[in-house]
Write a protein that binds this ligand. Structure first.
Ligand code: EPZ
Length: 417
């Protein structure tokens, strides 16, 4: 298994172009299942989760190609509605294929997604919504079967929690359902807006994307289209955090500043200077970072749970005490044990992390616990004195395109072996 070797500390300087958003491209790749024809996805990041998604599409009978960050999917020849265990278990977020397969084929069979590194990943909101749209659901032997032989029908769905995945699955199932579906308390993440834009370009009739009430008027079918994925706001936060902990100065290109407002305000409170202009952000770290007294993770537009590990790592090197409350995932703090190896002084009490800033980190062997927790270790390592060896980096490859060469271009001493 490959590892990352990082020698620090190194002050990061230079320009970084931010990749397309993983959590936008995954639901959009699933959405191509509904299209009668070819879709071309630009700014598609080269990630293992994207590769796994393309393999699921190929298994279902779609023709897929991926080159130079452009994915082309032709779903004309789709002939299967069963996502195999081997592919489903490789990527927890493959649950997002459910709504599209059910909408296209009238039936779908998936493996119960089970848990992941972040804790249990229930899908009760997905199942109850699809049942309300007329699907019969049978669970057993680790698989879940959905059947809607007469097609799905539009209805009103009140989500008890603004779940990103459930909102996406309901939209995908509703695109070709009979009648109108209204989702109340829908998730408002930018990645959902991107998927809605893609679907409407293909001929869907979806209104209210980005608000908490989304209306979908069912249509007979949709075509393919050409679409460019929005930039990844969490990847942008990652390079900001790596710059913040090394006293560096970078220019982030191809970003959407309005997707980063709550993240940017935390970096500003920690003493960083940010200037946003025409899809770029100029970012400069202070000599010494300041604490941020309280951060609470929340659904969009609140502070995103995925940015938590990166920002907590930065605050572990700030002057003073910071507190982070994680309100989304049960096991989000698993990476903190690994951070402590660098000398971080962090106390976890349930869903609360209390950080006493230290003046510096020293290098330590460590291993990734999950995608964003792994990225947090990279942030810690570029600031740490000495040579850090990070293992289990397959977690990082799920969501970061070339994190080693990107950081090396900013001056970091980093190699994958
Ligand atoms: C999406 O996951 C993202 N994944 C996550 O990023 C992100 O952290 C999360 O949204 C929150 O923003 C993708 O978009 C592929 P949720 P998702 O449904 O859809 C509970 C990454 O690696 N819940 O909003 O799974 C659930 O247990 C990932 O980039 C139910 O209880 O998130 C969790 O506590 C990590 N029942 C909370 O809601 C359900 O039916 C958030 O889940 C569904 C969810």
């Amino acid at each position: 298994m490959s590892k990352l070797i990082i020698n620090g500390p190194t002050r990061l300087n230079g320009e970084v172009c931010i990749q397309g958003a993983k959590n936008s491209v995954l639901p959009i790749l699933a959405a191509t299942i509904l299209c009668n024809g070819k879709s071309t996805i630009h700014n598609c990041p080269k990630l293992s989760d994207v590769n796994n998604s393309l393999n699921i599409l190929r298994y279902l009978g779609c023709k897929c190609s991926f080159k130079n960050n452009i994915a082309v999917i032709d779903s004309e020849t789709l002939h299967c509605c069963v996502v195999p265990d081997s592919l489903m278990l490789k990527m927890r977020s493959s649950i997002i294929f459910l709504g599209a397969i059910l909408g296209r084929c009238g039936s779908a069979v998936i493996t119960s997604p089970g848990g992941c590194e972040l804790g249990p990943r229930p899908i009760d909101l997905h199942i109850s919504a699809l049942k309300r749209m007329g699907a019969a659901v049978h669970e057993g032997y680790g698989r879940i079967e959905f059947n809607a032989p007469n097609g799905l029908k539009g209805t009103t769905i009140n989500l008890s929690f603004a779940s990103v995945g459930a909102t996406e699955n309901i939209i995908l199932a509703a695109v070709t359902a009979k009648g109108t579906t209204v989702i109340h308390n829908a998730a408002k993440e930018p990645e959902i807006c991107d998927m809605v834009r893609f679907l409407n370009s293909c001929g869907a009739k979806i209104y209210g994307g980005g608000t908490d009430t989304i209306t979908i008027n069912g249509v007979k079918g949709i075509s393919g289209c050409s679409h460019t994925i929005i930039p990844d706001r969490i990847v942008a936060a990652t390079y900001m955090a790596a710059t913040a902990v090394t006293g560096g100065e970078i220019l982030l290109k191809n970003v959407e500043p309005e997707h980063l407002t709550t993240i940017s305000s935390v970096f500003c409170e920690a003493g960083c200077e940010l200037k946003c202009f025409e899809g770029n952000i100029y970012f400069k770290a202070p000599e010494r970072l300041k604490n941020v007294s309280m951060i609470r993770t929340a659904v969009y537009p609140g502070f995103p749970t995925d940015a938590g590990p990166l920002v907590l790592t930065m605050l572990a090197l700030a002057r003073g005490t910071s507190v982070m409350v994680e309100n989304i995932f049960q096991n989000r703090f698993r990476y903190v044990d690994e951070l402590r190896r660098f000398g971080a002084n962090i106390r976890i009490e349930g869903k609360i992390a209390i950080v006493e800033g230290v003046s510096s980190f020293s290098a330590a062997p460590c291993k990734c616990t999950d995608l964003r927790g792994g990225a947090a270790l990279v942030v810690a390592a570029v600031a740490a004195k000495g040579t850090t060896v990070i293992s289990d980096i397959h977690h990082i490859k799920r969501g970061y395109e070339n994190i080693d060469t990107t950081l090396a271009m900013l001056g970091a001493n980093i190699n994958e072996v």
